[in-house]
Design a protein around this ligand. Sequence first.
Ligand code: UDP
Length: 363
Amino acid sequence: FIISDTGGGHRSAANAVISALSATGAEVTCEMVDLLKASGLPGIQNAPELYAFFSSGHIWLHNFLFRLSNTSWFMDTASRLLYGFARNRIHKVIDAFGPDLVVVIHPLAVRPMCTYRDEFGSPWPVVTIVTDLISVHASWLSPCADLYLLSTPESVAIAKQHGVLTPKIKMTGFPVHPRFYSLQPDREIARKQLEIDSNRFTLLLTSGGAGGGQVEVLVSELERECPQCTLLVVTGRNQFLFRKLTERRSASSHTHVYGFIDNMEQLMAACDAVITKAGPGTIMEAAAQRRPLILTGAVGLQEEGNIRFVIDSGIGIHCPSPSAVSKQVHSLMNGSFHSNLPMVFPVAGTHSIADQLLSIMGH
Ligand code: UDP
């Protein structure tokens, strides 16, 4: 599994699929590698830190680069160049594994892995799991990959526009970790486990793995305007934000600040609503747990289409300003807004992704 920790979604998706594969009982050994780090290329190996920098106040720069590079021609050229520099390091890393199958869950790794396979005549297929829902960047899409596993008709259409042939495309749904939809503790139990007040309206405020966006402003707004709520604030890998929130004098003893957590499903189970940027992983996890979503906005153009997706699917709403968020929380508490989750929502593509991988390996 080729990923990178630019945000938290790529690793979460890989973990979800690995868990589903192991649940099948098939004899499969899975390894995860951060190819961008392994490339050793200045800039590229620091992609997680760069993404964190972009998402905390420099999103205009990220969007500029997104637009500039959003063509197959640009990505082919840039990837060839970068591959040339990183070839030996990539070779060393992949060779150490000797894989039967390479599953790519990061846009910047698709082309290098296809080039590597072709150059060395490697027998393994390259399967790409696209974790963006709607606004899929050209970097994800290369006719050279062997199979594409996608989540929405919109992403299928974009893949075809970039020359991916129909037989190489399967719409499986999104890789949500099974712990988000199986054996969830109920709200009260989850609150007891987290040692928070069981009777208060509880909001989960999260902003992806990098903890970018406007979390601090939202915390102040919600503490001021919704003092009757408990806030569970997840800062992810944003240590600066974590320190800022934990060191300040909180207006409420019902604000709980967490750093990077690995029990997101428990916090979601404990809450009445999820307030988040439009990250696809968090959206699909909240939908799987049937928690209403309040989207604060897109952190990067790749998340732009997710807002419409959430609204159209009836699983949440978009509140672009902190005051709109607090108003919406009041509506939720009064019962005048409830998410309107369809009974069958195509959230959990995890098992069908696992089936596709096993079938390509001949299991
Ligand atoms: N996540 C986590 N711990 C944290 C913060 C986030 O496990 O402290 C997970 C979250 O559950 C989701 C992923 O990181 O699976 C975030 O993915 P998303 O697509 O929402 O945003 P990204 O971080 O990729 O921009």
